[in-house]
Design a protein around this ligand. Sequence first.
Ligand code: IMP
Length: 187
Amino acid sequence: MSEPSQPQQGSIEIVDSYLSAPEIANRIADLAREITAAGPFEKPLVVVCVLKGSFLFFADLVRRLDLPCNCVFLGVSSYGGTTESSGAVRLTHDLTLDIADRDVLIVEDIVDTGLTMSYLLTILGARRPRTLRVCTLLHKPARKRVDVQLDYIGFTIEDVFVVGYGLDYDERYRNLPYIGAMRFEPA
Ligand code: IMP
């Protein structure tokens, strides 16, 4: 995972506004229209919320889909607690639905190195869905380590560490209604 500039002893965290709540809402409306236009599907679209980071994006996106949907949740924990990407992704909560022969959309908050998404595509692809697509709110191509198929992208962003609207730093800031860029300054 990318990190904000390293905190020094006693430094303070600054969050600068990066994407406003209205900008996010407008883009989600566009994404929802695109996804809806790909239907109708034979059975309800299985929409997978990747926890925890995509919980707000998922909630706003599914409310704008004009399609029958099954909402399901998948918990993943990246990198076993360290902040540098090792590629080790752990499943903490599995789907409660069989996705064989179903149209499936993975909803993710951010694709950074791509390692988490690559893992998700491998494990969900092995369950033989009819189609498997990816919608990510943010894409940070500067840090890409593996190529992954991204069917719907909200915003392509620079190499900044972002928080808010579901995204955290040290489990904080998830509840901000906008996305901020984080940095540290000496106190
Ligand atoms: P990846 O496996 O490197 O693509 O990163 C996936 C996960 O790392 C995301 O689902 C986020 O939880 C986390 N992550 C990556 N970049 C950021 C960021 O800028 N802010 C907060 N979390 C991030």
